[in-house]
Design a protein around this ligand. Structure first.
Ligand code: ATP
Ligand code: MG
Length: 414
């Protein structure tokens, strides 16, 4: 027997809705991302319906399974809200019954209200009348619950469109932002620490496809940090925002720097080398910016002078989305993102290797450049970028480069 209603997840977006003529490009991107992330779930199709997306679920899909789908969707950049509900015919009797079912799936609540609207006046009952009729059915089915117009625990939404109606009561806030793939590619410096995954995530929420670069202390340290970064990337992968992580073994090069450079300048020199290698990888990946998890004043390398001395090493813009964010807020964000536990584990990486006792906090650029000139930096950058080991993750908006980009492909050098 045909079911009275079909389970759906409705995806509401905010920023995409504000886009003018480009809006459909963003919507298509979001559909592709959601489709790929829901591979393996009981989805029939995903369609655009009057300013939102509707994920149609297979007949027989349980509420629990629909909720799993909603929870995947909730964390996908571009999604402002997701609601679990039903599509049904535009018949008040059926709609009332479906509303009762939708409300029954809301768990514990004390008060509710109905919010009905029609997008087409070809449906003869107006929204006020629908509120009353469906509200009465719900009151009858839930005699112990209160109707409350202001701040009810649950709002049962009834939307009548051209050929159908959509009814939902369970609704959760999404992560917001723009769909990954709508803002180009960035290369994100990813340590196994707390800050950098949050920084990457901020750019992903603005629609950037993120490519991580992790500098390991190998062969001078163990590869523990590489495993932690892989675990972090798997968490980020669930939202479709990370395409690749390049692991770069930096230990031997740091050792070289530590042998000769003034100890106080070591950290700046390591960081300038990291930035240059990341920039070379960005060039090969056609990425338009670097991203770090720096926060002003957090550690010695994050003073204004030192930030200036490292920025000077590269031409690409360096985005620091956490520059004005306190550590406590970053920790909260990492907890919500699901990377905090992994990042809290200790692992030696290139940052813990050959650290000076008193790192410079106000580096003078001239002195840094003088110290750096003792090393064949360009050659090192090429060697390290060639030695970088790519690890791939599922990212629906990323198409891997078929071949390494050659010097001659760089339009700036043509
Ligand atoms: P995090 O918590 O992300 O490790 P942090 O507070 O420890 O940051 P630093 O060690 O000074 O700060 O690093 C600042 C930024 O430099 C990091 O957020 C990250 O973007 C980058 N970075 C540091 N270490 C590495 C590494 N081993 N590989 C790649 N990027 C790194
Ligand atoms: Mg760190």
């Amino acid at each position: 027997m045909q079911e009275l209603h079909q389970r759906v997840c409705l995806i509401h977006y905010h920023e995409i809705g504000l886009k003018g003529r480009n809006r459909s490009v963003f919507e298509k991107r979001l559909v592709k991302n959601v489709e790929a992330l829901l591979d393996g779930y009981p989805v029939v199709t995903i369609h655009r319906i009057s300013g939102r997306l509707c994920v149609f679920l297979k007949e027989g899909t349980t509420f629990e399974r629909a909720l799993e789908v909603a929870h995947i969707v909730r964390d996908v950049p571009g999604v402002a809200r997701v609601s679990c509900g039903f599509k049904c015919e535009r018949e008040l009797e059926i709609m009332g019954q479906v509303a009762v079912n939708a409300l029954a799936e809301c768990g514990d609540f004390q008060s509710f209200k109905v919010h009905a609207r029609r997008n087409h006046t070809d449906f003869e009952t107006d929204s006020m009348q629908m509120n009353q009729i469906i509200g009465a059915v719900l009151c009858q089915a839930n005699p112990d619950k209160k109707v409350k117009m202001k701040d009810p625990d649950i709002t049962v939404t009834v939307e009548v469109v051209q050929n159908a109606s959509y009814i939902y009561a369970r609704s959760e806030r999404g992560i917001g932002g723009l769909p990954v793939g709508s803002s180009g590619h960035v290369v994100s410096l990813l340590s196994s620490g707390i800050d950098s995954p949050v920084a990457l995530w901020r750019l992903a929420r603005r629609g950037a496809v993120c490519i991580g670069v992790h500098f390991s202390g190998r062969p001078q340290t163990s590869d523990t940090s590489e495993y932690l970064v892989d675990d972090i990337a798997h968490v980020l992968e669930k939202t479709g925002c990370i395409a690749r992580v390049y692991v770069v073994p930096l230990g031997d090069y740091q050792k070289e720097i530590a042998l000769m450079a003034p100890p106080s300048l070591r950290v700046i020199l390591y960081r300038r080398l990291m930035f240059k290698v990341a920039e070379e990888i960005a060039r090969r990946e056609h990425a338009g910016a670097l991203v770090t998890g720096e926060s002003l004043g957090q550690v010695a390398s994050q003073t204004l002078d030192n930030i200036r001395a490292t920025d000077n090493a590269v031409e690409l813009p360096v985005f620091r989305p956490l520059i004005g964010t306190d550590k406590l807020q970053i920790i909260e964000d990492a907890q919500r993102l699901g990377t905090f536990e992994i990042s809290s584990q200790d692992a030696p990486d290139c940052c813990t290797l050959f650290m000076p006792r008193n790192p410079e906090t106000h580096a003078k650029l001239a002195e840094v450049l003088e110290a750096e000139s003792a090393y064949p930096i360009d050659e090192w950058v090429r060697e390290l970028a060639d030695a970088a080991e790519p690890h791939d993750y599922a990212c629906p908006s990323y198409k891997p480069r078929k071949r390494a980009v050659q010097e001659s492909d760089d339009p700036a050098k043509a």
